[in-house]
Design a protein around this ligand. Structure first.
Ligand code: NAD
Length: 470
């Protein structure tokens, strides 16, 4: 049984903590590499020492398998910390810029100052990773942070609160548990930066609230990420990767392939391969996928109903159930499900699915596939499987998405040197590694006038004669 998140904090506490953070932020403006690194090391030590608690909390929240916790919750965060510790000195160092001819006699540098106070609002689907990952970037940049984790993953949210209490004073990092009301109360405060991960609908609410104070935002949102399987694709290779990418975390992954667009000549073979991998991954002993410890559950009743409605809607409008479809409301079990014969009026064709339903559509030319992708809002990720570089280059060039992965899916999240994030409906701003550090930093241009020429004096009044000489 899940613990409900108590409504424990009144708004005065938010204001008091926020004022304390503002004071800390002024002190931290000149924080050193050593101070920031020490904070990250303390955080890493707690995570390393408490891995079992993290695994236990995620099992409690939605039966997330331990190896998935290690790979998708703990490893990305410790890897982010290690990468940051290796590079922070270089990131913090002011960068010299070249001097244009009109500015001769001056020198210019970019300083990276902490934006100040940060608010991190996070979702439930990778609740540890998507809360602590942005915290790493905030601390690296020298920002304080107030965190509002999701109410739908209470065991992990309580654990994050416990971790923060153990590692940081409340005037540096604080966690407020709560739901929409608490989130909106926090959004009324004039944070210097808001880092939000969640749905596009709530992203708009966050951006409107940020506009009141002109707080900057990073919005990590969702959307329908397509996987294009071209005629030249290695179907066995693609199927294994797609089944893992789609059904890890029970399909509740922002960058999961939302739907497949397969070349019409390959549809039947791809379907066969996908079914082989579903069996191999989740039911090798033929005991039923519901008995696999390697397959997570839907987070709760609201999302279970939403996904059941998707399935019912598709079937009632003529979709073919090619695999799965079994559900159990009492345990929030939702079998990996594959649908074909999809039509535009089905809800699975319209909004983000965010669960273990995989619709398969076909195309006859790569132009048609590109057209289908471009007819929808820009996705968070786009996957292309195929051996024809002409087609893969065309897809990269003629579509817009946060990231593209060629011949794989989902794994780009783990690449510390690539910007991660969406575009427009799937997000604003980028995260991870250096991009994460920059999201929480103000890039301040500093110009020094050196003794010598000052070309601008030529432009001082009286303008008449001089202006004619220029
Ligand atoms: P959500 O938008 O419902 O909730 C996210 C957070 O916002 C939670 O902490 C919640 O309490 C808070 N919130 C909810 N409603 C609010 C409101 N009206 N006002 C203020 N705060 C509010 O998202 P979710 O269901 O937790 O997560 C699923 C969504 O997140 C999907 O769309 C998914 O694609 C997206 N997502 C994106 C990424 C990414 O990195 N781009 C990662 C994970 C999830």
């Amino acid at each position: 049984m899940l613990n409900p998140i108590p409504n424990q904090i009144d708004r005065l506490d938010f204001q008091k903590t926020f004022s304390d953070h503002q004071e800390t932020a002024v002190r931290w403006r000149s924080s050193t590499l050593e101070e920031r690194s020490a904070r990250l090391v303390k955080l890493r030590n707690w995570i390393k020492e408490n891995q079992n608690l993290i695994r236990k909390a995620l099992w409690e929240d939605f039966r997330k398998p331990e190896p998935e916790v290690d790979l998708s919750e703990i490893f990305p965060v410790t890897s982010e910390i290690n990468h940051t510790l290796r590079n922070l000195k270089d990131w913090m160092k002011p960068k010299s810029v070249s001097t244009p001819l009109s500015m001769i006699g001056t020198s210019g540098k970019i300083h990276f100052e902490p934006k100040g106070t940060a608010l991190i609002i996070s979702p439930w689907n990778f609740p540890f990773n998507l809360t602590v990952g942005p915290l790493v970037s905030a601390l690296a940049a020298g920002c304080t942070a107030i965190i509002k984790p999701s109410e739908l993953s209470p065991a992990t949210s309580f654990l994050i609160q416990k971790m923060v209490k153990a590692v940081f004073p409340t005037n540096e990092v604080e966690v407020f548990l709560g739901e929409v009301e608490e989130s909106q109360a926090l959004l009324r405060l004039p944070f210097d930066h808001i880092f939000f991960t969640g749905s596009p609908a709530v992203g708009k609410i966050v951006m409107k609230a940020a506009a009141e104070h002109l707080s900057s935002v990073t919005l990590e949102l969702g959307g329908k990420s397509p996987a294009i399987i071209d005629a030249s694709a290695d179907l066995n290779d693609a199927a294994g990767k797609l089944i893992w990418g789609k059904f890890v975390n029970c399909g509740q992954t922002c960058i999961a392939p939302d739907y497949i667009l397969v070349h019409e000549s390959q549809k039947e073979r791809l379907l066969m391969e996908l079914k082989v991998f579903l069996q191999k991954f989740y039911d090798p002993a033929f005991k039923g996928i519901e008995n696999s410890r390697d397959y997570a559950r839907i987070i709760g009743p609201k999302h279970f109903e939403r996904l059941s409605d998707h399935l019912e809607d598709a079937i009632s409008k003529g979709a073919t159930l090619d695999f799965g479809g079994k559900t159990d409301k009492s345990s929030f079990y939702f079998e990996p499900t594959i649908l074909t014969s999809i039509s535009e009026d089905m809800s699975v064709f319209q909004g983000e699915i965010f669960g273990p339903i995989l619709p398969i559509l076909t195309f006859s030319t790569i132009e048609e596939a590109i057209g289908m992708v471009n007819s929808k809002p820009k996705p968070l990720a786009l996957y292309y499987f195929g051996k024809e570089s002409e087609n893969s280059e065309k897809v990269v060039r003629e579509t817009s998405s946060g990231n593209v992965v060629l011949n794989d899916c989902v794994i780009h999240f783990l690449h510390n040197n690539l910007p991660f994030g969406g575009v427009n409906n799937s997000g604003i701003g980028k995260a991870h590694g250096h991009e994460g550090f920059l999201a929480f930093s103000n890039e301040k241009g500093v110009l020094t006038q050196r003794i010598g020429l000052n070309n601008v004096t030529l432009l001082r009044p009286p303008y008449g004669v001089k202006a004619k000489q220029i």
